[in-house]
Write a protein that binds this ligand. Structure first.
Ligand SMILES: [Zn+2]
Ligand SMILES: [Zn+2]
Length: 280
């Protein structure tokens, strides 16, 4: 039992834990007096390990945790951080509540446990912890001349938040970046226009290191690639709508390879983009 994973240095003051077994990435910023964690990893046991590793290795407490958005792979592990100040977009509350009455109801989680033996190892330990600080636009944290910014952007979800540490040119992108893989753009609250807008903003910023929500550490080239993918997808979607055809007729750009197993990602994205642009 338990997953072993390593801390990876990103820049002098930032680290990430990136491991396929973790289901999602987590990261942290090391300030003089305390640590700011960004996401917690999915499972309660790995989030506990992540926090212990941070506090032992760097000998200072985690004081804040930024939750980049409401998806299960980013919030199921929050209980290990319940005594720190957790902040997120103000939109996260409604999004989590909606899921708790549907996909995350006790009945739905019990069904998931049955269908997925690895989930059975940890799903009973999940506790839904709500952030205590809610952002409408953003917040800066400041400690001994160091400043880190967190911005609400929406995009991947209506509650998507990202962090930027200008001193070391590090972007904490959350699921606004899926490094080397097709970004999941089929959430019911996904706003393609907001997502493209934030990618365009980043292209004008001084960014060297991108810590994605999924996949390995990356940089500016992946931001550009995501934007190209979305622009092509938007065009394909508008073409299909104009021709009076169906969501499944949207031809997905070939930017990223998609496996058979990930076909549902494609279908939910086609459906969502179709509805989004049809009513836009
Ligand atoms: Zn997500
Ligand atoms: Zn994710």
């Amino acid at each position: 039992m338990g997953i072993h994973f390593e801390i990876q240095q990103v820049s002098p003051g930032t680290i990430a834990v990136i491991d396929g077994q973790l289901a999602s990435n987590a990261s942290a910023l090391l300030l003089d007096d305390y640590i700011v964690a960004v996401d917690a990893t999915m499972r309660p046991d790995t989030s506990h390990t992540f926090r212990s590793m941070l506090e032992e290795k760097y000998q200072r407490p985690v004081k804040y945790l930024c939750v980049t958005h409401y998806h299960g792979d980013h919030v199921f592990g929050l209980k290990s951080f319940r005594d720190v100040t957790i902040f997120a977009s103000a939109h996260i509350v409604g999004n989590m509540q909606r899921r708790m009455s549907t996909d995350w109801s006790p009945q739905a989680l019990a069904a998931r446990k049955k269908g997925d033996p690895t989930a059975a190892e940890w799903i009973d330990d999940v506790e839904f912890v709500f952030p205590s600080v809610l952002l409408h636009q953003g917040i800066d944290l400041f400690n001994k001349d160091r400043r880190v910014e967190f911005h609400h952007s929406g995009g991947h979800t209506s509650c998507s938040v990202y962090g930027y540490y200008p001193d070391e040119k590090v972007l904490f992108a959350g699921d606004l970046i899926f490094a080397g893989q097709m970004p999941f753009a089929g959430d019911v609250t996904c706003d393609p226009e907001q997502w493209m807008a934030v990618l365009r903003t980043w292209l004008n910023w001084d960014i060297v290191h991108v810590i994605p929500g999924h996949g390995p550490l990356t940089g500016m080239a992946e931001i550009r690639k995501h934007l190209d993918f979305f622009e092509l997808l938007k065009k394909a979607t508008l073409d299909v709508i104009q021709a009076g055809r169906e969501p499944q007729d949207i031809s997905m750009p070939a930017t990223y390879a998609v496996s058979e197993k990930e076909q549902w990602l494609v279908e939910s994205t086609q459906k969502h983009w179709y509805e989004f642009y049809k009513t836009a």
